[in-house]
Design a protein around this ligand. Structure first.
Ligand code: SF4
Ligand code: SF4
Length: 95
């Protein structure tokens, strides 16, 4: 039976303007990510980066959301990901 890595997200590395955002529009299944960077390249507001330090169990540098406020929830990154490692959530009104 095929087993899928759990949806475990990495903490935001660089909260915008020094505060922790209350809403996170992107969750990364870091154990599924192979660090290909396709999602980083397609993100126009540059809200994603490959983690330069940490590696996952497969030995890849996983993508991390670094600017939650810049993310528009457009989901282009999730559509680009060949490993279905990204989950996108729409921003609630007022968040
Ligand atoms: S949902 Fe859109 S804006 Fe947000 S990280 Fe993905 S590509 Fe970038
Ligand atoms: S496209 Fe998918 S596998 Fe590639 S870096 Fe982004 S989340 Fe990881």
């Amino acid at each position: 039976m095929a087993m899928h890595a759990p949806l475990v997200d990495a903490p935001l590395r660089r909260p915008p303007s020094g505060t922790s955002p209350s809403f996170r529009p992107v969750l990364v299944a870091i154990e599924r990510c192979k660090g290909c960077g396709l999602c980083v390249d397609v993100c126009a507001p540059h809200a994603l980066v490959l983690d330069p330090v940490h590696v996952n169990a497969m030995g890849h540098h996983p993508v991390v959301l670094v600017d939650a406020d810049a993310c528009t929830s457009c989901a282009k990154c999730a559509r680009m990901c060949p490993d279905a490692a990204l989950s996108i959530f729409a921003r609630p009104r007022g968040a």
